[in-house]
Design a protein around this ligand. Structure first.
Ligand SMILES: [Zn+2]
Length: 465
């Protein structure tokens, strides 16, 4: 990297171990990273980078392992963050009754200002866990309030309004219901353009999925995504109920039907896919559709993933698999580890999901599914400066013999600092752009207000005095 004049940089992190996640997967010991504006301008051995770069600020990095920021491919940034501590479900409620009687009323009870607090709160938790980019799961009621709130946090993400385009009642006009849903999709994509990935926050045509959308809405979402260089995301087949519904209605399994109507592809990402069969696996492979797995949600929800999940086969056959938290307070690295452990145990094979795969799932696979590989997912010159410093000078880390192995399988979350677009959004574990104490207090308040408005009965498994 010899050059005549020095490379101007705002920041140089000198020292530390870089897991670059570049094409060769270079691990750089005693490395350095330089940032100018929102871009990475130098990556390499410390000595070489220090020689080339003239930086305004230098941070000593010896104690850190430095990775690209993590990508959360499926998170409900409103509703869940402020109400997840409220027990949902009554005696004998089925999963769909829990959804319709408890979860959806709670989500729908949020006022715009409350969703804004929830979104800020979710962004805070994500960034503190090293997540720099997220894909929302399709359950935002007041998108404008949420986008405005997110813009204050510094996080990168793609979100969309809650869209269901199926006429549930016989009296409803399906064409009108579809048209209303399509209007929402077109409007949000127009209001929050992606600009070939350059926008930090943008709208995608995100669908709730399952059985909630008509074919017309699926097709419109895919068409919008194709025309504007965006993606489509939706829930599908966490449990057997989605296959049962599609079989009853179309005599086709969900992915068979979605392939029939032409709405799969490399810009489509489906979440859960815990109950797919071999023919649907073939469809994922030949359509290059992305698969998002949320291991904590799958285990908690009893999806049967360890018995029926085909994620090892997906990866073996080249499906781009990424990870989501699904609104649970878990980081993406923890999610990747859990995925590995589920399938190592289920298949009695400790060689599947090696540490390298775990780190790929959390970074470059996420970037690819979001259509942002040209900007994020690795530490390379020209990419956006989205990265995480993991503090290794802790009792849990000990000596760093193999940073890949340790970060992937053993180290507890120890996120020290996070940059997004060259901006330090977390410093020594605390957000820099948000008043954390106030946000925690606000979240407690609006969560209580939302629950009170639903008039749902509080429950406790034990007598509360
Ligand atoms: Zn979800």
């Amino acid at each position: 990297m010899a050059s005549e004049s020095p490379i101007a940089a705002d920041l140089l992190i000198a020292g530390g171990t870089l897991l670059t996640m570049n094409a060769e997967r270079h691990v750089i010991r005693d490395g350095a990273l330089a940032v100018c504006g929102d871009r990475i301008v130098a990556v390499g051995k410390r000595e070489a980078v220090a020689r080339e770069v003239q930086a305004k600020e230098i941070i000593r990095g010896e104690r850190f392992v430095i990775t690209p920021g993590f990508v959360d491919g499926h998170i409900h940034i409103t509703g869940d963050p402020i109400t997840r501590g409220f027990a949902r479900g009554g005696e004998g409620d089925s999963p769909s009754e829990i959804l319709s009687r408890w979860v959806i009323p709670i989500f729908r009870a949020q006022a715009p200002a409350e969703e804004a607090v929830a979104a800020r709160f979710a962004a805070l938790a994500m960034m503190r866990a090293g997540t720099t980019c997220f894909l929302e799961a399709g359950t935002i009621s007041h998108l404008d309030a949420v986008m405005e709130a997110l813009s204050e946090t510094g996080i990168r993400g793609r979100a969309g309004a809650w869209v269901e385009g199926r006429a549930y009642n016989a009296a409803d006009d399906q064409a009108k219901v579809s048209a209303a849903a399509i209007d929402i999709l077109e409007s949000e994509v127009g209001r929050y353009p992606d600009n070939d990935g350059q926008a930090k926050l943008a709208a995608w045509p995100i669908l709730v999925g399952h059985s909630t959308n008509s074919d017309a809405v699926w097709r419109a979402a895919k068409d919008l995504a194709d025309r504007h260089g965006l993606g489509v995301s939706a829930h599908m087949s966490p449990r057997a109920s989605d296959p049962e519904w599609f079989l009853a209605r179309y005599n086709r399994r969900p992915l068979e039907h979605l392939e029939d109507i032409g709405v799969l592809g490399p810009n489509v990402a489906l979440t859960h896919l815990a109950n797919i069969d071999e023919s649907e696996l073939d469809i994922l492979v030949r359509s290059s559709t992305n698969a998002i797995f949320c291991p904590h949600a799958a285990l908690q929800g009893g999806f049967g993933i360890s018995q029926r999940g085909l994620f090892p086969e997906m990866l073996k056959r080249g499906v781009n698999v990424l990870l989501g938290s699904d609104g649970l307070p878990v980081g993406i690295l923890e999610s990747a580890r859990l995925m590995a452990r589920i399938f190592r145990d289920a298949r009695c094979d400790q060689t599947i999901f090696p540490p390298t795969t775990i780190l790929e799932l959390a970074t470059i696979h996420g970037a690819k599914a979001m259509g942002l590989s040209h900007l994020i997912g690795s530490l390379e010159v020209g990419k956006r400066a989205d990265f995480v410093l993991h503090d290794t000078y802790t009792p849990e880390w000990g000596p760093v013999f193999d940073p890949v192995l340790q970060l992937a399988l053993y180290a507890p979350p120890a996120v020290h600092s996070v940059w997004i677009d060259g901006l330090r959004v977390v410093e020594e574990g605390r957000a820099t752009l948000l008043d954390e104490d106030k946000l925690v207090a606000d979240a407690r308040q609006v969560g209580a207000d939302v629950i009170a408005r639903t008039k749902l009965p509080g429950r406790s498994p034990w007598p509360v005095l």
